[in-house]
Design a protein around this ligand. Structure first.
Ligand code: RB5
Length: 145
């Protein structure tokens, strides 16, 4: 399951991504539902709670830059949210960082670029061939209070 949310700045990109994903990936749209100004932290929290409650699920957050969403989502224990602008970073966010949330910026990426990032993220898997990535994630997890 891929949970999806945005603020007003990411609303149109969210609509475009949902259209592209239709029939290919199971998605749940958590809002926002219009271009009316809203606060991105509330949507980051809503999505993070869903990802944490649904083992193995992933999240996609969109705002103007992806940065505010990632800062907010990363406050939740167990969330590893990556704000990226290219498909290589999106791929490594899964392979090395076991990111469970991808954050994209509608003012940074066009739909094609955003889709490339999302596909790279969804098609990559956490690299368990060496213990070093899990060890580093465990170190990060140990910082959580
Ligand atoms: C909203 O104008 C904008 O600040 C927000 O979408 C996001 O870019 C924050 O990081």
């Amino acid at each position: 399951m891929l949970f999806i949310a945005s603020d007003h700045a990411g609303f149109e990109l969210k609509a475009a991504m949902l259209k592209e994903l239709k029939g290919k990936t199971e998605t749940e749209d958590l809002g926002t539902d219009s271009l009316e100004s809203c606060d991105y932290p509330l949507f980051a929290k809503k999505l993070a709670d869903k990802v944490l409650a649904n083992s193995g699920s992933l999240g996609l957050l969109m705002c103007g830059t992806g940065i505010g969403m990632s800062i907010a989502a990363n406050k939740l224990k167990g969330i590893r949210a990556a704000a990226v602008s290219d498909n290589v970073s999106a791929q490594f966010a899964r392979e090395h960082n076991n990111a469970n949330v991808l954050c994209l910026g509608s003012r940074v990426l066009n739909v094609k670029q955003a889709l490339e990032c999302l596909n790279a993220f969804l098609n990559a898997k956490f690299d368990t061939t060496s213990p070093r990535h899990q060890r580093r994630i465990d170190e990060i997890t140990s910082f959580e209070k």
